[in-house]
Design a protein around this ligand. Structure first.
Ligand code: AP5
Length: 195
């Protein structure tokens, strides 16, 4: 049985930072739709060019684009120990699609870890990264605020979907990277015991 977990939270909450540490410790396969889309952009693929129009405005990329990408990765990694989903699912339609894809292989989500960070801290972190990252959606406060708005309008409800199955654990996402990592590991270890 795979151990699949979702690392959830608004833009800038630390999903990417913590994912790197979690996959190293637990040997999971990292699946970040944001990274996958940025790779498509740097290859200048048709999918990438289409996605860029949305990403530059801080809007979500259409569901069918993202769901198609995920399906391929899941089907090509059936022997993985488990997946860490980072930045996916982000809409109710994506959550339904993920459940269907996992069900087809008798798999499921073990836990959703939801990072809690104040909006002021999110904006501060992303603007700071924007000074050096070259990410076009980080260097403009209006775009950062649009990303946070998309999160509230379309993504936050995804946590309710998993909460119905009692799978959501909130974790404080402010403080040192190491302290947050330890708090996440504690929750993962609890779930791994019973999974
Ligand atoms: P995506 O790439 O997923 O980005 P995001 O969710 O907007 O947020 P980030 O990746 O910027 O933040 P994060 O939570 O990973 O934090 P990080 O660790 O990087 O999405 C980008 C775009 O792609 C979307 O807007 C959308 O258009 C599209 N997209 C992606 N997935 C999609 C999907 N499923 N459906 C539709 N569209 C999709 O940290 C942020 C910064 O904070 C870093 O500089 C980091 O060093 C710093 N930091 C981290 N932890 C701490 C800490 N504890 N203290 C201080 N600083 C910290």
């Amino acid at each position: 049985m795979m151990f699949n977990l979702i690392l959830f939270g608004p833009p800038g909450s630390g999903k990417g930072t913590q994912s790197e540490k979690i996959i190293t410790k637990y040997g999971l396969r990292h699946l970040s739709t944001g990274d996958m889309l940025r790779a498509e952009i740097s290859e200048q693929s048709r999918l990438g060019m289409e996605a860029k129009k949305f990403m530059d405005k801080g809007q979500l990329v259409p569901d069918e684009v993202v769901i198609g990408m995920i399906g391929n990765v899941l089907n090509n990694n059936k022997n993985a120990k488990g997946f860490l989903f980072d930045g996916f699912p982000r809409t109710a339609a994506q959550a339904n699609a993920l459940d269907e894809l996992l069900n087809e292989n008798n798999q499921s989500i073990a836990v959703m870890l939801a990072l809690q960070v104040s909006e002021a801290e999110l904006v501060k972190r992303l603007l700071k990264r924007g000074e050096t990252s070259g990410r076009s959606d980080d260097n403009n406060e209006q775009v950062i605020l649009a990303r946070i708005k998309e999160y509230h309008n379309k993504t936050a409800a995804v946590a309710d979907y998993y909460q119905k199955h009692d799978k959501v654990v909130m974790v404080k996402g402010e403080g040192s990277v190491e302290d947050i990592f330890n708090a996440l590991c504690l929750e993962i270890d609890k779930k791994k015991e019973i999974f």
